[in-house]
Design a protein around this ligand. Sequence first.
Ligand code: APR
Ligand code: ZN
Ligand code: ZN
Length: 378
Amino acid sequence: MASTKGQVIKCKAAVAWEKNQPMTIEEIEVAPPKAKEIRIKVIATGLCHSDLSAWKGILPFTKFPCVLGHEASGIVESVGEGITSVKEGDHVLSSFLPQCNECPMCKSPNSNMCVKFFESLGYPGMLLDGTSRFSCKGKTVHHFVACSTFAQYTVIPHGFFTKIRNDAPMEKICLLSCGVTTGYGGPVKVAKIKPGSTCAVFGLGAVGLGAVMGCKRQGAGKIFGVDINNDKKEIAKTFGVTDFVNPTEHQKPIDQVLMDLTQQVGCDYTFECIGNVGVIQSALAACRVGEGQCVVIGVPPSGTNIAVDPMQLLFGRVLTGCFFGGLEPSEVPALVDDYMQKKIMLDEFITHTLSIDDVNKAFDYLIQGKTLKTVMHF
Ligand code: APR
Ligand code: ZN
Ligand code: ZN
């Protein structure tokens, strides 16, 4: 096949023209990568709840029209000047949370944040030089969190991708690019939970079940799985939930239900995997006095606030949170190895495999709570 390096590529993409409106499949033009960027051929992309939030217009940094998607595996098609970490043909995962390895945040061993993430927020819908590589029908199309993986080809800046081994199944490991890793890192990297602990995971989507998987791997004694959808009960057990609790089936508030279920001790660790400020309050209140830790993992709509009674903190409960499970993108290749060695599950998350042509169907399934993970291909 003739090389496409340096040329504009015309390819298929799902374009979101306006918030809350069905996306349309279009032929878009994808410009070559500029300096410190790469262009990849997307092989498989998961649908994450944050794509849905962006489509609804409740994430601050989304600009329409745009190509959504941020959870993909792909193959490097070409690299821009100054890229040395990957070459044509390498396999990569997109990473909405970058790792430049040069900024003070990257250099701190205590943080997985990166200055480039905040820089990118300064150019919503654009790459780091403030411009887009996408156009369609003569109009500029925006990027989404520097990934935009609902396109056959996309351009990604340095830091916003991770090189991975090239023998891992792309249609499975794309899940490590966001959702599953985001949940899994909560108990494993952020809370580093102790064996025998009592944990509660609020929200049993792919993020929550990733957290459950992490709790189990760390040797948790009891794992409460809290969800308003009873359809999650059976699948949650396969990931390690020992006790399923549906808050709508109880008279008392869920934190008091969990207190009762733990003989008024509370949970050692709770993980909020929904993005609901009310649930964050309940998850903190369900923690054990003196030492219980609540980790916020779900992303609430922008502009919302948590109302925390300071006594909760004075009583020694800890409220913390993390993006991408507190993991650095450079830690993801080890998770790919774990999957290949059957130490973590991925296949079990995939409830639907669809063509990108059915992107609106994939969104509907997520809205209706009918899916854990939909993986789309081109
Ligand atoms: N109490 C308990 N469970 C709830 C509640 C509630 N009030 N509201 C929703 N849920 C459950 C849903 O029934 C669903 O099972 O939370 C789960 C959310 O799962 P998904 O929609 O599949 O979302 P997921 O992809 O797991 O992402 C969850 O993490 O990365 C962020 O932006 C993402 O904020 C989102 C969160
Ligand atoms: Zn950095
Ligand atoms: Zn995501």
